[in-house]
Design a protein around this ligand. Structure first.
Ligand code: HC1
Ligand code: SF4
Ligand code: SF4
Length: 572
């Protein structure tokens, strides 16, 4: 350990601790913009200046040393910080009131904390163009601070490397190589760069107006479905504590917005388990196409297409849960209700930006109709609820509509890393055994370890070696082990975002400061598992509406009809 004084307070910290960290532990709030714990340590913004003897120095990269005397709150420090922030602001598009990051903007917060009242410098905008070439990600370069948080996220955590620094000096900018539009890059649309961005330079492509328009059209029958992860995060947008479950309030609010039916994507997740579980058993029986890799994460699917095209056939042919549900809404449900499927608009509320891209993929359509018409993120639906003047936090809970409103706890846990594998194992095991089993919880695939493994022996002796990874950097590690023959598996679950969908690129923004104190993944995952525990049915094949849809429409898992509606093939 080392001993130092910060603002005359004596403190002892482990060697390697930065002055910024040491100060935060003392409750001293040094402002930062570029610092993102465990991800970005570039000290590029220079807002976190402190006085170390005669020097003014960035505290985020300054290692604490024995005998140091640090001052964080002198006239000189406050002035220097203010000037630094003013300089950043002088080059920033400051149309705050109409910016989608208004009130969640870290630059706004830092300027406010520093007491900036005027911007004395007139800077020139380095690059003011708006890039909407991607179906998922929008870039507003007039707001970019060049802090590098998105670059660190995309390169170091996700190992995609779709964006980077370009040029030098005043012309420095962040973007895809050769200043190409992001839609033409290897970006997999995960949106983790948005979650890393402190300001409004990176955003989702908004589809709010399209959905308002559909809702206002009397000829349209507008159906909404909500992903498992949305219900454990939406409350944050309305000031509720992280990890609050708001399923009932969410359903009530959606009904108030005017959707004709409010369905649950968890039903689609149950359906996916029936199809993918059967596919897994088939592949294990025949020994072909192993390991089976999950395909419900469109970020992961695109990652495979770009970086592991020779493993495309290992991806499950199953469409993702919300796509399956969209396909069932426009066929089974349309038939049941005698509605022309052309009139039906399916809106998916997802924690994810990649789902916007997935929704547009032609592989996910039937007879020229897309299975899903619009994907809105958790943030976008919160915006619509606010626009409608709904007092969300005080709503009384309501329940989903049937036939796609009943789901099992297995469907819910899809929202967190390990959930798909656990849900599949719950069902596969019982299908093979032919009778009910005690085991519901598979603890080996729970938790936030980057790579998790478990071996399950099925009745009859077949072995399913399962790996679960989250975050594309971890996926790359796993793929490399598989390709080198160091590891062998029958089943692999991959979610592109660390933590799984609960921390997807469309979830409520969490300030970098808050992330240092709260384990966002763990809080939201806890809520997901609580939702599972509270469910009366916890296995997909026990969902009575799943049994019904097979009896009335699909026949049996992997049937001819299932293949028409619920499966696809990615060719690149
Ligand atoms: Fe997900 Fe899925 S779990 S992919 O993370 O398989 O988005 O929540 O809806 O489709 O069910 C996302 C979440 C979601 C699908 C399901
Ligand atoms: Fe990189 Fe994901 Fe952002 Fe694309 S969406 S630039 S892959 S972090
Ligand atoms: Fe989307 Fe979930 Fe995949 Fe993230 S992990 S890209 S939120 S589907």
């Amino acid at each position: 350990t080392v001993k130092l004084k910060i603002d005359n307070i004596e403190t002892e910290v482990p060697k390697g601790t930065t002055v910024l960290q040491a100060a935060r532990e003392l409750g001293i709030r040094i402002p930062t913009l570029c610092h993102l714990q465990d991800i970005n340590h570039s000290s590029s913004c220079r807002v976190c200046l402190v006085e170390a003897g005669p020097r003014l120095i960035a505290s985020c990269t300054l290692a604490a040393e024995d005998g140091m005397q640090i001052k964080t709150n002198t006239e000189r420090v406050r002035k220097a910080r203010k000037t630094t922030i003013e300089l950043i602001l002088s080059d920033h598009n400051r149309e705050c009131t109409s910016c989608l990051r208004s009130r969640t903007c870290e630059l706004q917060d830092v300027a406010y904390q520093a007491g900036v009242r005027e911007v004395r410098y007139a800077g020139e905008k380095s690059n003011g163009w708006f890039d909407i070439s991607s179906p998922s990600i929008a870039r507003d370069m007039s707001k970019c601070l060049l802090c590098g948080r998105c670059v660190a996220m995309c390169s170091n955590v996700q190992t995609v490397g779709a964006i980077g620094f370009m040029n030098r000096g005043f012309d420095t900018m962040i973007g895809p190589a050769l200043d190409k539009p992001i839609g033409e890059s290897v970006c997999v649309n995960c949106g983790q760069c948005i979650m890393a961005c402190p300001v409004g330079a990176l955003q989702e492509r908004e589809h709010i107006q399209d959905v308002w328009k559909a809702l206002a059209d009397p000829h349209k029958y507008v159906v909404v479905q909500t992903a498992p992860a949305v219900r454990v995060a939406l409350g944050e947008e309305f000031g509720m504590p992280m990890g609050t479950r708001v399923t009932g309030k969410m359903v009530a609010a959606l009904r108030r917005l005017g959707f004709d039916k409010v369905f649950d994507t968890d039903f689609g997740a149950d359906l996916t388990i029936m199809e993918e579980g059967t596919e897994l058993l088939h592949r294990v029986e025949t020994g072909k196409g192993l390991p089976l890799m999950t395909s419900c994460c469109p970020g992961w699917v695109k990652f495979v297409e770009h970086f592991y095209p020779d493993m495309l056939d290992n991806l499950s042919s199953c469409k993702s849960p919300h796509e399956m549900e969209g396909a069932m809404i426009k066929s089974y449900f349309a038939e049941m209700m005698d509605i022309d499927p052309e009139r039906i608009v399916v809106v998916s509320i997802m924690p994810c930006t990649a789902k916007k891209y997935e929704g547009e993929r032609t592989e996910l359509s039937n007879e020229g109709m897309q299975d899903v018409d619009y994907v809105l993120t958790t943030r976008e639906i919160a915006q619509m609820i606010k626009e409608a003047g709904i007092d969300f936090a005080n709503m009384r809970g309501e329940t989903f509509d049937n036939p796609f409103g009943e789901s099992s706890g297995a469907g819910v846990i899809f929202g967190t890393t390990g959930g798909v594998a656990e849900a599949a194992l719950r069902t596969v095991f019982e299908l093979v055994a032919g009778h009910e089993l005690e085991t519901v919880e598979y603890n080996a695939v729970r938790g936030m370890e980057g790579i998790k493994e478990t071996v399950v022996e099925l009745p009859g002796g077949k072995i399913i070696r399962t790996a679960v990874v989250h975050g594309l950097g971890n996926a790359r590690k796993l793929m490399s082990m598989i390709q080198k023959g160091i590891r062998k598996y029958e089943f692999i679950e991959v979610m592109a975002c660390e933590g799984g969908c609960i921390c997807g690129g469309g979830q409520p923004m969490v300030d970098a400061k808050v992330r240092e104190k709260v384990n966002v993944k763990a809080e939201r995952a806890r809520a997901i598992y609580a939702e599972d525990e509270a469910a009366t049915i916890r296995k997909s094949h026990k969902n009575p509406y799943i049994q019904k849809i097979y009896q009335e429409f699909l026949d049996k898992p992997n049937s001819h009809k299932s293949h028409i509606y619920l499966h696809t093939h990615y060719l690149v």
